[in-house]
Ligand binder design. Sequence first.
Ligand code: KIV
Length: 264
Amino acid sequence: MKKVTTSSLLKMKQESTKITALTAYDASFAKLFDEQGIDVLLIGDSLGMVLKGDDDTLTVSLEDIAYHTRSVRKGVERAFVVADMPFMSYSTPEQTYLSAAQLMRAGASMVKVEGGSWLLDTIKGLNERSVPVCGHLGLTPQSVHVFGGFKVQGRDDLQAERILEQAKELEQAGIQLLVLECIPSDLAAKISQSLSIPVIGIGAGAQTDGQILVMHDMFGISANYMPKFSKNYLQQTNNMREAVSQYIQEVQDGSFPSDEHSFN
Ligand code: KIV
């Protein structure tokens, strides 16, 4: 059993092997996902919505993410563990480095930050201090109040061009993984082809280098809302292990996401 690393994720992109990812927040589910062969586990600030029951991710603290990262790390043997930097935990360089150190010490192998050009120095600074970084573009939930709701991004030409440019800038600055959330499939395909680093989509069509879902959405147990881009794998399998295995298989063979779970 070889551990997933930044190098193996890059190799998967180069060999056109789809990367499978899920969010996880505790040791038991992390172990279950790891045993089924998931490649990446994200301790997402989505925990604010799916664990705490909040309307958005802004209530999540650094301590929340560190606590859940420690738990997830204990359940994982193979998967690559990424932790979200929560809202306002990377506003200044000093704060960013302290926040990242706390998450890496909790067991993350990479931290994820949401946003574009304003993060270029942040990413360089983190890399210089030996912290690998995942970018996140498109519908970045920490900006929900700027967007005026959880809305698909990049539908007009100008916005699409901007997201593509920002993806290139983030890669140039040093990110080693990129999440694209809720953007048209064509744009996500173009970005994935333009970058050398792996690109993981959620609501971004089938032509990214991999897929991620919030685990509660994949099991169809999210409290209030099932996003269009998600699929309830528990419904068709009635067994958690089989649900995860089916998700992995459908991502790997390219049948998930279908048009029904994508935007144009
Ligand atoms: O917080 C989260 O779970 C995320 C994923 C939706 C990518 O950022």
